[in-house]
Design a protein around this ligand. Structure first.
Ligand SMILES: [Fe+2]
Ligand SMILES: [Fe+2]
Length: 163
């Protein structure tokens, strides 16, 4: 059993994970239009991971006999100022998600809800990886100046994600 407050908080996070998927998909379509196919496929994979995060939480609520309540998903941005802008926004978004996950952990600790605390540990670790991967791409984009040959090399590299 988990508390009603915790149920509500995890439902909110499920919505944020699906919003993340939506945001990354929107970024993928922008990259596809710019012929940056590697970055488009990177963002598609990122979106799939976010759906998996949402589904992990969905599964946890069901396991705990709690109710999954799906809310409307906010419309993501569709206009961007190029790759650097996109990856900076992605990094910012991941930092926002990290903050939300940490708030959930704080709540679990406050409620002495050990099961949820232990469930959330995976997400805490995952967020470190998410932030670090976006941060490293932002730094590389700054290095290559967000254009030209360097950008194409980075696009090819990001397209190899998951191989
Ligand atoms: Fe996520
Ligand atoms: Fe993420």
């Amino acid at each position: 059993m988990i508390s009603k407050d915790m149920e509500k908080a995890i439902n909110q996070q499920i919505n944020r994970e699906f919003f993340s998927a939506y945001l990354y998909l929107s970024m993928a379509t922008y990259f596809a239009e710019q012929n940056l196919d590697g970055m488009a496929s990177f963002m598609q994979m990122q979106a799939k991971e976010e759906v998996e995060h949402g589904m992990k939480m969905y599964g946890y609520l069901e396991e705990q006999g709690a109710r999954v309540l799906l809310e409307a998903i906010e419309k993501p941005d569709s206009e961007f100022d190029g790759p650097l802008d996109i990856f900076e926004k992605s990094l910012k978004h991941e930092q926002f998600v990290t903050k939300n996950i940490h708030n959930l952990v704080d709540q679990a600790i406050k409620e002495k809800d050990h099961a949820t605390k232990s469930f959330l540990d995976w997400f805490v670790t995952e967020q470190v990886e998410e932030e670090s991967s976006m941060d490293s791409i932002v730094n590389k984009l700054k290095m290559v100046g967000d254009k030209g040959h360097g950008l194409l090399m980075l696009d090819a590299q990001l397209g190899r994600r998951g191989e």
